[in-house]
Design a binder for this molecule. Structure first.
Ligand SMILES: Nc1nc2c(c(=O)[nH]1)N[C@H]1C(S)=C(S)[C@@H](COP(=O)(O)O)O[C@H]1N2
Ligand SMILES: [Mo]
Length: 438
């Protein structure tokens, strides 16, 4: 078989002709030459890449840890064989989940400008034609699809979730988790393929010098094999340091407008980008409310004098009204509510120790507990605590906060508060606790 004239020598007839045909039939508009920024090039791309190489693993690992913290709440069946080997999420130190989730959400948000800048810097690559010339290239492009698709999906679902709470119900959780694994696969492949080029590109010019180069002295990088550098560059309108400042400034601004929700204090009112975690009103119950009693359709009558707490797990169920719970030894602990959405708030809670309630129920060494809420629908009607979360000395069924009765919106007549536990498990309007025996 002979190659058609002009086809690459090494090609067999068919692929060579195919490539030539594709080359001649480039879809209109798919022309890398239409990307003309003189800043694009391996060095700039590698600067963004090196930032993401260090920081994205932190976002990923804190995300996976958050999944572990959900424990049995995550329902193993939801994610099939991707279910992580579960270990019991600890109760010490009490700020562990707050730190984990604050990092995950804050860093995830702060990196959005860097991710967008990195995508901008490689966008001509999306317009190479034909898209791939070998099996290796097809695989590389597939890993890119997982990387880019994965991270955009995680950003979009993550931001929607923290803005609108659980608009996806628990499927947000599963979707964000699957998306994470697609991203992880793409990220690992990409790092293996590109790390050497990233390092050599970073060495191609001095970062220090680049920060001192003005607009007038800004020139394109030498043409590169990947086609990042514009073949017909336009005159520069911003220096590289200007571009880096723009991206860094964007990240700083996101930080300033979001981090207050978890750092608290005077920074809290600054978190204007977030719907929760700003002003919770005044007084002892004046801190953020994730979902009001009305939104949760709590019938106020059910929380009045007729309310009883049912304790089970022992030989017989035990019922207590609020006054008799108040007659038990009360314990006080300063603990945060740390929501998976990233906001947190630390308050002084008092109430009955869960381990005392277990004893009252006749369960001497509880292995965990199932908590039921008056709330009849949605994801919150039940939650599952592990052994440490029941036996820790600061694990409470809280009746008071900051010296006052709990407000209805914060879970009156009684709510769960446990150190280092994801906020979502701190069930409000508790109606029953079922202890598991060891
Ligand atoms: N019954 C019930 N418990 C609940 C919730 C809820 O909506 N219903 N929200 C949970 C979530 S997601 C968080 S972060 C905390 C928030 O508590 P707060 O509203 O008192 O701040 O309560 C948790 N307990
Ligand atoms: Mo939450």
């Amino acid at each position: 078989m002979s190659s058609p004239p002009g086809a690459p020598e090494q090609g067999y007839g068919f692929p060579a002709r195919l490539w030539r045909m594709l080359d001649e039939h480039r879809p209109p508009g798919l022309d890398p030459r239409s990307w003309r920024s003189p800043l694009r090039g391996p060095w700039l791309t590698s600067v963004f890449a090196s930032v993401l190489l260090v920081t994205l693993p932190i976002v990923t690992i804190t995300g996976l840890l958050s999944y572990v913290a959900y424990g049995t709440q995550a329902r193993p069946g939801d994610v099939g064989w991707l279910h992580l080997p579960l270990f019991d999420w600890p109760t010490n130190p009490y700020w562990l989940f707050r730190l984990n989730q604050g990092l995950h959400v804050t860093l995830g948000l702060v990196l959005i400008p860097v991710v967008l800048a990195k995508l901008w810097s490689v966008v001509p690559r999306l317009f190479t034609w034909p898209p791939a010339r070998s099996v290796a290239q097809v695989l590389e492009r597939l890993s890119l699809l997982m990387l880019v698709g994965g991270i955009l999906f995680e950003i979009i679902t993550g931001v929607l979730n923290i803005q609108y709470d659980y608009i996806f119900g628990f499927s947000f959780y599963t979707a964000h988790y699957y998306g994470a694994w697609v991203f992880i696969a793409g990220f690992v492949a990409h790092v293996i393929l590109k790390l050497p080029r990233m390092l050599s590109s970073l060495r191609s010019r001095s970062f220090h010098d680049m920060l001192r180069t003005r607009l007038a002295d800004t020139h394109p990088e030498p043409l590169d094999a990947d086609g990042l550098v514009a073949v017909e560059p336009a005159p520069p309108t911003v220096s590289r340091r200007g571009a880096l400042a723009l991206v860094g400034g964007g990240s700083l601004m996101v930080f300033a407008l979001t981090a207050g929700q978890t750092i608290g204090g005077f920074t809290r009112p600054l978190a204007v980008l977030l719907p929760r975690g700003r002003d919770g009103g005044d007084g002892p119950n004046g801190f953020q409310i994730n979902r009001t009693a009305e939104a949760a359709r709590i019938n106020p009558d059910a929380t009045g004098n007729g309310w009883r707490l049912t304790l089970s797990g022992g030989d017989e169920d035990v019922e207590r009204d609020r006054d008799s719970l108040l007659a038990l030894p009360q314990h006080t602990a300063v603990l945060p509510i740390a929501c998976v959405e990233g906001w947190s708030t630390t308050q002084t809670w008092s109430g009955v120790r869960l381990r005392d309630l277990a004893e009252l129920a006749g369960v001497r060494a509880p292995d965990g507990a199932d908590v039921t809420s008056l709330e009849k629908s949605g994801a919150f009607k039940e939650s599952d605590l592990n052994r440490g979360q029941v036996t820790h000395g600061d694990a409470l069924l809280a009746l008071h906060v900051n010296g006052s009765e709990l407000s209805l919106d914060h879970g009156y007549p009684a709510r769960i508060i446990v150190p280092a536990m994801p906020g979502v498990l701190n069930t409000k309007w508790v109606s029953a606790i079922s202890f598991r025996r060891a």
